[in-house]
Ligand binder design. Structure first.
Ligand SMILES: C[S@@+](CC[C@H](N)C(=O)[O-])C[C@H]1O[C@@H](n2cnc3c(N)ncnc32)[C@H](O)[C@@H]1O
Length: 222
C-alpha cells in the first residue's frame, strides 16, 4: 500500500527529531535533514526495488530510504554494518558510541509508530569489502555506501561495480567534496575528490561541510 506525501513527510520529521543532537546516545552529532532527504528523493526518482546500504551506524539514512520505499509501496533496503566490531578504531571521536543495540532501538522506535516500514527493512552484520568481493555484489539496483569512505573505498567500489553501473545500477556514497577529504578523521588517507573526473561521479549534496553525498551512474557521467 502506498503512502500519501503528507504521511511520508510526517515520518521523515519523526526520524529527524529522533536523531537530533545527543538524543540517541551521548556525543552523537545532529543530522542534517537535507542529507537524508536527498537519499529519500533519489529513491523516489530511480524507483529501485533492491536497495543495499553499508554503514548505517544508527540507521538515520536507512529510515529515510525505507520511508521512500514505503511511500512507493515496494522495494526492500538491506542494510549492513560492522557495528561494535569497529568500535575501538574510533574511540577518540564522536563515532565511539555506536553499537547495534542503538541501531535497533532507533529503528524500532520509528517502526512502532509506522509498522508499514518494517517489511521494507532487513539488517545484518557484514563487512563491505568482503561483500564487494563476493558474487552478491551485483544484487542491487541502488547501493548507498558510508563506511568511512576514502579514495581507496571509492576506487575499489567503482572498479568492481563498473559493469553493473553501465547496466543501469546506481551507486551513492558519502563524501566526494573536498571538505570531506580534509576532515581530521581522514588525515593521511587517500582522498576521494581527485578521482572525480576519472570515475565521473556527481556531487548531489554539498553543504560545504564534510557531510556531502555523491552519485555514480552511467547517465550522470559528464
Ligand atoms: C561514518 S559512519 C556512517 C554514518 C551513517 N551512515 C550515518 O549517516 O549516521 C561509518 C559506519 O560504517 C561502518 N563501517 C566501517 N567499516 C565498515 C566495513 N568495512 N563494513 C561495514 N561497515 C563498516 C561503521 O561501523 C560505521 O557505523
Amino acid at each position: 500500500m502506498k503512502m500519501t506525501d503528507e504521511q511520508s513527510l510526517h515520518i521523515l520529521n519523526q526520524i529527524h527529531d529522533l536523531y537530533s543532537y545527543n538524543k540517541i546516545a551521548e556525543n552523537t552529532a545532529g543530522y542534517s535533514y537535507n542529507f537524508g532527504k536527498v537519499l529519500y528523493d533519489k529513491i523516489l526518482e530511480f524507483k529501485p526495488k533492491r536497495v543495499v546500504e553499508f554503514g548505517p551506524k544508527f540507521g538515520y539514512t536507512t529510515l529515510f530510504m525505507a520511508t521512500a520505499l514505503a511511500a512507493r509501496g515496494e522495494g526492500k533496503i538491506k542494510t549492513y554494518d560492522l557495528w561494535q566490531e569497529k568500535r575501538e578504531i574510533y574511540q577518540n571521536d564522536h563515532f565511539s558510541s555506536f553499537d547495534k543495540d542503538t541501531f535497533q532501538r532507533c529503528i524500532n522506535t520509528i517502526i512502532q509508530d509506522n509498522p508499514d516500514l518494517n517489511k521494507h527493512i532487513e539488517h545484518e552484520t557484514k563487512d563491505y569489502y568482503k561483500w564487494l568481493d563476493s558474487p552478491f555484489a551485483f544484487d542491487f539496483d541502488l547501493l548507498y555506501v558510508d563506511v568511512n569512505n576514502t579514495g581507496d573505498t571509492i576506487e575499489k567500489t567503482y572498479n568492481r561495480l563498473k559493469s553493473h553501473i553501465t547496466n543501469g545500477a546506481i551507486v551513492i556514497f558519502a563524501g566526494g567534496n573536498q571538505a570531506k577529504d580534509h576532515h581530521r578523521m581522514y588525515k593521511g588517507l587517500k582522498p576521494i575528490y581527485p578521482l572525480k573526473d576519472d570515475i565521473g561521479y556527481t556531487i548531489i549534496h554539498d553543504d560545504s561541510s564534510s557531510a556531502s553525498l555523491s552519485m555514480i551512474s552511467w547517465n550522470s557521467r559528464e
